[in-house]
Design a protein around this ligand. Structure first.
Ligand code: NAD
Length: 265
């Protein structure tokens, strides 16, 4: 593969996504919403796919650079056809697809011996199956270059929470990331993952409402991290922006921790 020399490219041009089209699943809330905002700020046209179509449209309407054709559409990442339709929508709207973020995910608790079969299937379908089919549909539509970023977790490497289905799904996301990275490298497509620790997304803020003991447990966990706090969604979004930009042109197959030092302990 020819070496592209970026050494004379100005920093602003390296981080710019002007003229590129990005798709993000689960971008109507939490970490995904922050990623959508950073991608738009860098100049990309951002297509937000989410179960909540109203919220996806409202987030898209409030993104930076309203001259760029951002959009919010309904997608259910459990449904392969729905993911394919999201890819088709991005192409129909902008004529290209450069960036795909597999962000949609759920994180219910669930101990192995008590776990209903359906809970296992639902978490694996959204977090792992959705990530694979998202990556595949993205790659089928990218023309000669592209970047796919998956949302892994520190629970891709440890168990941390009592949620065997979540832990299994996020370990699987690492496998999908590495396998796709190797298979797609020859097509000029980079595939990466970010692995956040506990991050104060909408979903986590909802969890806190389950009761004072849950909130206290989350606070204790945050304080136990080397950096002494939970992540905020934009902590993850800034790293994703770096990974999809040309600053990271020689990175593929990596899983980047955004964990306040959790896994260094
Ligand atoms: P969140 O609950 O705040 O937002 C998730 C979004 O995904 C929502 O807008 C929801 O409507 C959407 N969604 C859910 N199911 C969907 C489906 N089937 N199809 C399409 N959209 C769907 O979540 P978050 O905390 O921002 O998490 C985002 C990602 O980051 C997830 O993959 C999660 O596992 C991962 N992650 C989160 C944390 C954390 O502490 N927040 C830590 C590590 C990894």
């Amino acid at each position: 593969m020819p070496v592209k020399d970026y050494s004379d490219v100005a920093l602003g041009d390296l981080i710019s996504l002007a003229g590129r089209t990005a798709v993000i699943t689960g971008g109507a809330a939490g970490i995904g919403k922050s990623i959508a905002r950073r991608l738009a700020e860098a100049g990309a046209a951002v297509m937000i796919g989410d179960l909540d179509e109203g919220k996806a449209q409202s987030v898209a309407a409030n993104l930076a650079e309203t001259s760029v054709p951002h959009a919010g559409v309904k997608v259910d990442v459990r449904d392969h056809a729905s993911i394919a339709a999201l890819g088709d929508f991005a192409i129909a709207r902008t004529g290209r697809l450069d960036i795909w973020i597999n962000n949609a995910g759920i994180f219910p608790a669930g101990k192995a011996l008590e776990l209903p079969d359906d809970d296992w299937s639902r978490v694996l379908d959204i977090n792992l199956r959705g990530t694979f089919f998202g990556g595949r549909e993205a790659a089928l539509r990218m023309q000669g270059q592209g970047v796919i970023v998956n949302l892994a977790s520190t629970n891709s490497f440890n168990t941390g929470v009592s949620a065997i289905h979540y832990v299994a799904s996020k370990h699987g996301v690492v496998g999908v990331t590495k396998s796709l990275a190797v298979e797609l490298a020859g097509k000029g497509i980079r595939v990466l993952a970010v692995a956040p620790t506990m991050t104060t997304s909408d979903g986590v803020m909802q969890m806190r409402k389950l009761g004072p003991e849950v909130a206290e447990g989350l606070d204790n966990f945050a304080h136990s991290l080397p950096l002494g706090r939970a992540g905020v969604p934009d902590d993850v979004a800034r790293v994703v922006l770096f990974l999809v930009s040309d600053l990271a042109a020689f990175m593929t197959g990596a899983v980047v921790l955004v964990d306040g030092g959790e896994l260094a302990k």
